[in-house]
Design a protein around this ligand. Structure first.
Ligand SMILES: [Zn+2]
Length: 244
């Protein structure tokens, strides 16, 4: 069974469709939240994703449009985009976002899916091995898949001294998941922040227990033009060119 893992699509339909076209065959989509927010096409992105009947958790930007968290927690650009997104989304798509859980164990308890961290699923950023180390105590499965930071990374747990280390997730090279417990962030489809503007995703081969991280170029300008048309904040438009 081949799983397409996506995170932080952020209403960037051009990026999402490019990922879908380049993912090859897959049996299921697992999505780690933040389907909307920032980008210009929230309805179409939710509809496209829903059509695949994905296994999906909620992110902080999904909650923001549902009034499930205080928009004061967001920076001004993100807040403006969240308010705009809320006005755009139709009832069915809002209902679907509302139905998303915060965290999911899946696939015979081998994987946990969450947006931020297993400890604080909606908000916590796992940006260091120290934070990852603490979070290994907050899930029981072999692997935890996370999003939220928009930065691809692999954290490996070492049971001998209870430490965690960070590794670069190599591009196009399969990583075996059989050995150690891990937390893995596949990167962001719609707003990468690791200095690489290409859309990020991962393919998980459940039979082989191998995960492969991929990057793909998409038509950034097409998304930026749609954002400008929607009068979304200029900084959010610019950052897509640079991946920050
Ligand atoms: Zn996000």
């Amino acid at each position: 069974m081949r799983i397409l893992i996506v995170s932080d699509i952020h209403a960037n339909l051009v990026a999402f469709e490019t990922v879908l076209r380049n993912a090859g065959d897959f049996d299921r989509i697992w999505c780690l939240g933040d389907i909307v927010g920032y980008g210009p096409e929230p309805n179409t992105c939710v509809e496209k994703l829903r059509a695949f009947d994905p296994i999906c958790v909620a992110g902080n930007h999904d909650w923001a449009v549902l009034d499930k968290l205080d928009l004061e927690e967001f920076n001004p650009d993100a807040r403006r985009a969240a308010i705009w997104t809320r006005d755009q989304l139709d009832v069915q798509n809002l209902d679907w976002l509302h139905s998303l859980p915060e965290q999911l164990p899946t696939q015979a308890e081998r994987f946990t899916l969450t947006h931020g961290s297993p400890r604080y699923p909606i908000w916590e950023y796992v940006l260091t091995p120290a934070v990852a180390r603490i979070n290994f105590d907050f899930f029981d499965t072999h692997v935890c898949l996370i999003g939220h930071t928009h930065v691809p990374v692999l954290y490996r747990y070492h049971p001998d001294d209870h430490s965690a280390t960070a590794e670069t997730l190599p591009e196009d090279i399969p990583v075996t998941l059989e050995s150690d417990r891990m937390m893995i962030n596949p990167g962001s489809v719609g707003q990468p922040r690791d200095g690489d503007a290409r859309a990020a995703f991962a393919i998980l081969d459940l039979d082989e227990m191998m995960l492969t991280h991929h990057r793909v170029e998409y038509n950034i300008v097409a998304t930026q033009l749609k954002m400008a048309e929607a009068k979304l904040p200029a900084r959010l438009i610019t950052r897509l060119s640079y991946g920050w």
